[in-house]
Write a protein that binds this ligand. Sequence first.
Ligand SMILES: Nc1ncnc2c1ncn2[C@@H]1O[C@H](COP(=O)(O)OP(=O)(O)OP(=O)(O)O)[C@@H](O)[C@H]1O
Ligand SMILES: [Mn+2]
Length: 603
Amino acid sequence: MSNIIEDKLSHVMFRGRGAEQRGGRTPGLEGKEITMRRNLARPTRSIYLALACLSLTLHLLLAFFCLSVLQTACVLPSSSSSSSSFNPRTDTRQHQSVSSPSSSSSSASSSSSSSHKLPTSSRNDEGHRLNNTSDQKGTDSVAERDKKLVGAGKVIPKVKDHSALEALFNHPLYNLPRPEPHQDDWLLRVKTTEDAGGVGSEEEEQEDEIHSDSQWQRQSASQEEGFDRVTWTSEAETHPPWLRFHLGISRWELYNRKDPNLAQVTHYLATQRVLGAVQKTGGTQLKLLISFPNYGQALLKPMRQSRDSETDLNLFYFSDFERHNAEIAAFHLDRLLGFNRIPPVVGRLINVTTEIREITTDRKLSRTFFSSPVGNVCFYGQCEYYCSTEHPVCGQPHALEVSLAAMLPDLTIAPRRSWRSPWRRSYSRTKLAQWEKDPNYCDKVKKTPPYNHGTRLVDVIDMAVLDFLMGNMDRHHYETFDKFGNETFVLHLDNGRAFGRHSRDESSILAPLRQCCRIRRSTFLRLRLLSLPAFRLSDVLRESLAEDPLAGRAPLLSETHLSALDRRLATVLRGVRTCQGQHSDVLYNDLEGNNGEWDQQPD
Ligand SMILES: Nc1ncnc2c1ncn2[C@@H]1O[C@H](COP(=O)(O)OP(=O)(O)OP(=O)(O)O)[C@@H](O)[C@H]1O
Ligand SMILES: [Mn+2]
């Protein structure tokens, strides 16, 4: 056997040498070689076969060795080890930027259900990019992240198959038939060219009418710097989402929950390029008016404190900081209660340097920018409360969480009326308001216009229920659209001071319900529905808030706030029952003539 192998090996060596010598060979030598090869063809094949077997055996041995002895050397590096090498947390400024890549990918999952299958390495790559760019003003990182946060108001990441939110919105109580709106029931309407009645009629046009196509075109001809060219016509499909939102405002609600434009508005607010940022006047705290290239605008409230920091118990409601997450959560809660009385609000991570400081034309605002000792970009603006170096709004180092609320139509085309709330607090450290001293206060309110007629009283009570649930004590005024007179809903604007405390329920907010013992039947039935396990308020709100782009960074409301909502809801329902035990006309029947499935619910 060994001889045979040796023999075959010598043939291989011979062939090898022959090949080496080929360079200077004579034709005679080549001829000899061919003859020899023919003679040796069969033994050579056997040698090849033997060598293949040998090689295979050696490979198998090597593999065994590798698996048993050097097992760790064959294992791929774990994700945690790779993540730590990609995400060095070297400095406090970077903390937020570091945590955001995973969050941006998880919030991207709201637009793509497959994204939570993203390989860890791709998330880490993002983290790496983000850290690099945050040192170069963080400009690209924030913009890139924003592109991925496009899930705004779109698809909810489905952790479970069953969606309580979907089930809630499919319930008949959330699909009550509405009368077909007449022309007068819309806040605005688009004037056609025929309506305009030719040249010279402009001064006679009513203020509540959106200008005709020809006027829009004229406006676009005198284009302002940076703004898009206006190509809208009277056709709804040509309108940007913010304009469709304005055109959808009716006598009864700000938006129709089922209108696909609602998701487009939040998406728009979350993703449009910021063209302008100036301070907005009115109110007491810092807020900015943001402009987008196609003439849309938003009201910005910055994050000033962490989501979970509870308001100091010794701070008066009028001294409390405004919270960006409260504005976002209030919009979702109001929608869940079936009110639709808060303009769409969405969270966004902005770059304070490129999206405020470098573009603002507001000198009063730009003068307040500074770099903090750890290198974060901060500003404080000019306003009544908390606009000083001691209360700066800071990026990390440039990235800042904000809430963006869709702006209502300008007051020049849709004037609003501001009403002092009958249950307004005294806004004094020493005095009590009338309603706090007089148990029969509501009797007087009920006799006073506009509360003596129509739905205004139950509207204010709806608002009190919303405010009690979210702990908002700061409802001194409310607004309505002038055009609709007293026959309209009330706007729930300014919710920045809600969700300040979860450990305390402020029962005085419920005074309108307790003192008047009246509530809309539809509101009561929805509240009862939200107390059932299948539609539990905390569950549906958690699910709804997951739609917001900022939810990927941290839940917009902590679990403590969510469970406080369930507790407070039970208090409201108990309050109604107590009233029902004392009075007969507690439920204001706004469902007359609608005998639907909701009636079958036990009382
Ligand atoms: N989405 C909106 N569109 C148009 N105007 C709005 C919008 N939200 C608020 N406003 C207007 O801006 C004013 C100031 O806003 P807001 O009440 O939120 O500020 P604030 O500083 O919280 O006020 P306050 O200190 O009185 O509580 C409101 O009274 C309202 O008229
Ligand atoms: Mn406020």
